[in-house]
Design a protein around this ligand. Structure first.
Ligand SMILES: Nc1nc2c(ncn2[C@@H]2O[C@H](COP(=O)(O)OP(=O)(O)OP(=O)(O)O)[C@@H](O)[C@H]2O)c(=O)[nH]1
Ligand SMILES: [Mg+2]
Length: 262
């Protein structure tokens, strides 16, 4: 962050889980929300005043993962990957829904590997409680090891804690790779060295996602020479990530089956 510039916080998450509802409440705005995915299609800026300081909040379209399947998703993924850009956020708030936690944690697992200062906000806790779905925040904090807060964007609960986290320093702790098989990791390391890409996961995305970087001819050459099966790498990465989520998920969520949960 440059002097005199305001802190920039970006709201990221799967579609339809309350990003814009949170954005509107934080910034006193009235952007469109709706109970279906794909309501937000562009990047929107707003401002929040906290302790007399102006904080910039960026609302984004929902994404299912870092493998973009539409122009809206591509906009968000490129924004997250381009850490040299002027408008790169200082922190990301990753919003997940207590109703859909396992699926939403998949995106968490991907974004975590970008090594960006990250806050996890578990939304919809009001609705989840009514349906008998409970998230053990302490267990989740222990599993993910990043700042985490429970909120209801609709009811405005948990906001004070969230805003405090906006201003706190977040130390990014790189972690062990979870998404690639050991025998493939050496190939990834070679690509990182060749391209001077410090982030292993960004190197992985460059190899497996044709639309995210420009040097396609060089990438194709590398893929050919190293016999990389891109489709297999991507499928394996998803399987390995879900396997990793399974190692902690049962400690995190409990369901009261007597309640009418869908
Ligand atoms: N019960 C409850 N509903 C919520 C909460 N937060 C958001 N909603 C509802 O969830 C729906 C989706 O909200 P949005 O804010 O449009 O979601 P979004 O993540 O911006 O969606 P996209 O822009 O499509 O990615 C709306 O119907 C909201 O009213 C919450 O904390 N509790
Ligand atoms: Mg939205």
């Amino acid at each position: 962050m440059k002097p005199n510039e305001s802190l920039k916080i970006a709201l990221v998450g799967n579609p339809n889980l309350g990003k814009t509802t949170l954005f509107n409440k934080l910034c006193g705005l009235n952007q469109r929300t709706g109970n279906y995915p794909g309501v937000t299609v562009d990047k929107k800026k707003g401002y929040l005043k906290a302790d007399g300081k102006k904080i910039e909040i960026v609302d984004l379209p929902g994404i299912n993962g870092l493998y973009p399947n539409s122009k809206d998703e591509e906009l968000v993924v490129k924004y997250l990957l381009n850490s040299e850009a002027e408008d790169y956020p200082d922190k990301i708030v990753l919003i997940v829904s207590a109703l859909n936690l396992k699926r939403n944690l998949f995106l968490y697992e991907q974004i975590r590997d970008l090594n960006i200062p990250l806050i996890l906000a578990v939304n919809m806790v009001d609705l989840a409680a009514r349906r008998g779905i409970f998230v053990d925040i302490d267990a989740l904090r222990k599993a993910v090891d990043i700042p985490i807060v429970k909120i209801s964007a609709k009811k405005g609960t948990g906001f004070a804690e969230l805003i405090t986290l906006f201003e706190e320093e977040i130390v990014v702790k790189p972690r062990k790779t979870t998404y690639i098989q050991e025998d493939q990791e050496a190939i990834l390391d070679t690509y990182s060295q060749l391209t001077n890409e410090a982030s292993k996961y960004k190197a992985f995305l460059a190899i497996t996602e044709p639309n995210l970087t420009d040097d396609q001819a060089e990438k194709d050459q590398f893929i050919l020479e190293n016999e990389v099966n891109v489709r297999e790498w991507k499928t394996n990465a998803s399987i390995l990530r879900y396997k990793h989520i399974k190692t902690y998920f049962d400690t995190v969520q409990s369901i009261d089956k007597t309640k009418n949960n869908p």
